[in-house]
Design a protein around this ligand. Structure first.
Ligand code: AMP
Length: 503
């Protein structure tokens, strides 16, 4: 369905055409007309489904209509506060939503969108809150600060959006959200997005939404993620996981990858290790100052970075369509986070590959993920890097991909049968492309390094570092006399980090 048919103003449909959107997605088809009718909404929709536009467009139309009515709020010297407030769990998601508002609202004259998030100085936020404002996109904690000091005025608010409400409640924001909502007019339109409306999210919806609120349910966590191929590699220990990771990242098919770790320390450690091997890599986690987080994300968008090592919270809301691979190096804390992680790839009509590297101790989390998604993740092996320990067996009905057959990947992006060095379901298989295969029992260096593994990219700073890293690694890693997954970390691994991304 085209956007014109949904009742959107020409200023908005023009911006959507500029963005290259031709058809409205499912959630947009359902939620936009209801949003334009100014109804309260409960929307369950998968990340990557186009949900941002489904609330941003009705919000922008509201602003356009106010402009048409002369918009008395724009006189100088009076603080009116915003018409629209979006609450998001993380800074990254808030920034992403702000970017979407600016893109979809590019033909809305004098549109003023501001973000109010933690980790950045107060000055610019205070200035923006004093001026004429259309949209505020905020994380709850920082907004509460501004409400407490009387600097943020919400009594003229017309629309309140809660993005990823379940996540905000998981992060302990329930009282903050209640407090913020109490500062807004009762007749406001309230739109809530959440993976689930069970339990405390449902109760909050009952509190905040009007009784005639509508429900939109588009994609649930049980959906098949048709654009994302999932794989599971069992690893004997961390060294084995490192070897598998090196193998995966050496693949030319990797356009950009997000590698997830369980902790901030692991993210820093792993980014250092990968930098030492010459990857254009940086870490991203909640312990970093906002300025650096923004620079890192910019580096990812501009492709200066090929690999991002991230924690769950920091990676929420990352929307970079060129992320071709998600690799779970450390398991998520919650099964639901797995769905958010893999949703970083396979975006905007592309295909993606999500690979989970699991150790034996991760069995119960793998099981929980499979129960949550109601799918089993097909098990794969890399020739030459097979686990020594027998693979754990997880029973949950008839697993997909059982019988050793690899299911074709939609679009064939990752080559399915032809994926170099990988095979599925324990089926004996060759190495069709005859490359990326670890050499000998020691395989001390990551496959693909030292060859033109990333050929086709301009020779830049990072490529030179890669060469240096590979040489350093070769020098530091004698091929013989090592354990199978022997200590592969070269000395000095923590020193050779690019200062632009380093700590
Ligand atoms: P979201 O679920 O809002 O994070 O959106 C996921 C991605 O889909 C973003 O990169 C959007 O720019 C893109 N997108 C949203 N709506 C459409 C559409 N109708 N057609 C094509 N791409 C879209």
């Amino acid at each position: 369905m085209s956007f014109e048919n949904l009742g959107l103003a020409p200023a908005l449909t023009r911006a959507l055409a500029d963005a290259g959107y031709e058809q409205a997605t499912d959630v947009q088809q359902q939620a936009i007309p209801l949003g334009l009718s100014r109804l309260d909404l409960k929307v369950s929709s998968q990340t990557g489904s186009g949900k941002t536009a489904s609330f941003a467009l009705p919000a922008l139309q509201r602003i356009l209509e106010a402009r048409g009515d002369g918009d008395k709020r724009r006189e100088k010297g009076v603080v009116h506060g915003p018409r629209v407030l979006v609450l998001a769990p993380t800074r990254e998601l808030a920034m992403q939503v702000a970017k979407a508002f600016s893109a979809y609202g590019k033909h809305v004259q004098g549109l003023r969108v501001t973000t109010v998030v933690g980790g950045v100085p107060y000055g610019a936020q205070l200035k923006a809150l004093r001026g004429p404002l259309d949209v505020v996109i905020a994380t709850p904690g920082r907004l509460i600060d501004h409400l407490g000091s009387g600097k943020c005025v919400l009594q003229n608010l017309e629309m309140l959006v809660l993005d990823e409400a379940d996540r905000m409640l998981d992060m302990g924001f329930i009282d903050d959200i209640r407090h913020i909502a109490q500062q807004t007019p009762a007749q406001r339109q309230t739109v809530m997005f959440s993976a689930t409306f069970a339990g405390h999210v449902g109760r909050l919806a009952d509190e905040l939404l009007k009784p005639e609120a509508q429900t939109v349910q588009v994609a649930r966590h049980t959906d098949t993620h048709a654009s994302i191929e999932q794989r599971l590699h069992w690893a004997d220990n961390r060294q084995h996981k490192d070897a598998l990771l090196d193998h995966l990242l050496a693949d030319r098919e990797v356009d950009q990858a997000v590698v997830f770790t369980s902790t901030q320390q692991d993210a820093d450690w792993l980014a250092d290790r990968l930098a030492e091997f010459g990857h254009r890599v940086a870490s991203l986690h909640g312990g970093m100052p906002q300025g650096r987080r923004t620079r890192v994300l910019q580096g990812l968008r501009t492709r200066q970075l090929r690999v991002l090592v991230a924690t769950d919270v920091a990676a929420r809301g990352i929307d970079v369509p060129t992320i071709s691979h998600v690799i779970n190096y450390g398991m998520p804390m919650k099964a639901e986070d797995y769905v958010h992680r893999i949703g970083r790839t396979g975006r905007a009509g592309r295909n993606g590959l999500a690979v989970t590297l699991a150790e034996r101790r991760d069995v119960s989390m793998v099981k929980r993920i499979q129960q949550f998604t109601t799918q089993s993740i097909p098990v794969a092996q890399v020739t030459g890097l097979e686990p020594r320990q027998p693979e754990p067996r997880i029973f949950m009905g008839a697993p997909r991909g059982a019988g050793g057959e690899h299911r074709g990947h939609p679009g064939g992006r990752h080559g399915g049968h032809g994926h170099p060095g990988a095979r599925q379901g324990g089926r004996p298989g060759g190495n069709p492309a005859g490359r990326s295969r670890p050499e000998g029992p020691g395989y001390g260096r990551p496959p693909g390094h030292g060859d033109a593994a990333h050929a086709g990219r301009p020779e830049g700073h990072f490529e030179r570092r890669r060469e240096g890293g590979a040489q350093a690694r070769r020098a530091a890693a004698p091929a013989a006399g090592r354990g199978r997954f022997g200590d592969q970390k070269p000395r000095g691994a923590f020193q050779a980090r690019d200062s632009r991304w380093g700590r």
